[in-house]
Ligand binder design. Structure first.
Ligand SMILES: Nc1ncnc2c1ncn2[C@@H]1O[C@H](COP(=O)(O)OP(=O)(O)OP(=O)(O)O)[C@@H](O)[C@H]1O
Length: 309
């Protein structure tokens, strides 16, 4: 079984509101998948369904091969870091992890190892009430990894983390992937998330807008290639004229470089021409970013008149 999660026409209604509406997709094991969508798109609803905290209104959901609703033993195979996790302020980090390790029937030695892994060993015996927001978030990650879960759900995991701690978190996410585990990360920080994911599930208003590897989504979008050209000194104006004669409209940037959008099908041909042009001192090609794909898919919020109820 290579799929960690399988959704088939999955639906969840709250009264008249369809929080999820016929979502069909698969999340493979051994991959890191971004769960994306604007506020209210249905991400938390999907996470609650995967955890078995709520029952679907329709469709089928298999998590590690089982239906999660009322599957208590399955819960131990899933790690979960909720958005803005709160813990008992009077316990120390070590006490909390020891307690949760017992609940999850995980070896106690794992608690100490995890405190070290997330960089909290130095504060293990301090009250959680004295932890900074970033330290609480690291503790949340440690508790999510108790019991070596096969599937890890991270809801906005970098909230409150400084850049160094964010890098550390994604380093751990990379280790989980290398270890064959599946990580589903919900985040609004597309540029931060992009280098760390294999693919994405993109929701809008309860419907699945797109799913797949970033390369496949890029192909589907066929967004133009983005090129940045640095002309030799004093060659900028002439280069601009040459490009215009070729039907390529370049924009001049404050740093002196010229910015060019080239249709995907013309990318290689244009690149060869540009490389042979003596007026160009340097050239960068940028693939479309996840944020550009997201915008292209129209994943943003819809007007209020387009409500789902
Ligand atoms: N318990 C509930 N009762 C009624 N409506 C709910 C309930 N939980 C969620 N909803 C509605 O379902 C829709 C999807 O909500 P959900 O929390 O899944 O979105 P989200 O993508 O996680 O949003 P955010 O990024 O803001 O966390 C929203 O319109 C929300 O108001």
């Amino acid at each position: 079984m290579n799929q960690a999660i399988e959704f088939d026409a999955l639906a969840k209604r709250y009264g008249a509101l369809a929080a999820l509406d016929g979502v069909s997709a698969c999340v493979p094991r051994g991959q890191v998948i971004g769960l994306l969508g604007h506020n209210g798109a249905g991400k938390s609803t999907l996470i609650k369904l995967i955890l078995g905290l709520i029952a679907p209104s329709g469709g089928r959901l298999a998590v590690l091969g089982q239906s999660p609703w009322r599957a208590h033993a399955l819960r131990r195979r899933i790690g979960y870091l909720p958005e803005s996790a709160t813990f008992y302020a009077n316990l120390s980090g070590r006490e909390l992890l020891d307690y949760l390790a017992r609940l999850k029937q995980a070896p106690r030695a794992q608690a100490q190892a995890l405190l070290e892994r997330v960089g909290l060993a130095h504060a293990a015996d301090r009250r959680i009430g004295t932890y900074s927001k970033g330290m609480r978030q690291r503790l949340g990650l440690a508790q999510a990894l108790l019991g070596s879960p096969e599937l890890v759900l991270l809801d906005e995991p970098t909230t409150g983390l400084d850049p160094q701690a964010t890098r550390e978190l994604y380093r751990i996410v990379g280790e989980l992937r290398a270890d064959g585990r599946c990580v589903l990360v919900s985040s609004h920080l597309l540029a931060e998330l992009e280098p760390h994911i294999d693919g994405a599930l993109i929701l809008r208003q309860g419907k699945l807008l797109a799913a797949g590897s970033l390369a496949a989504l890029g192909e589907q979008a066929a967004l133009p290639a983005h090129m940045l050209l640095r002309p030799h000194e004093d060659a900028g104006a002439e280069l601009m004229t040459q490009l215009a004669a070729r039907g390529l409209a370049a924009q001049s940037r404050p740093d002196g470089r010229l910015e060019l959008q080239v249709p995907r099908e013309a990318k290689l041909h244009t690149l060869r021409e540009l490389l042979a042009n003596p007026a160009i001192a340097d050239l960068d090609v940028r693939e479309p970013t996840l944020a550009q794909l997201y915008d292209w898919l129209g994943a943003g919020p819809q007007p209020a008149t387009d409500a789902r109820a």
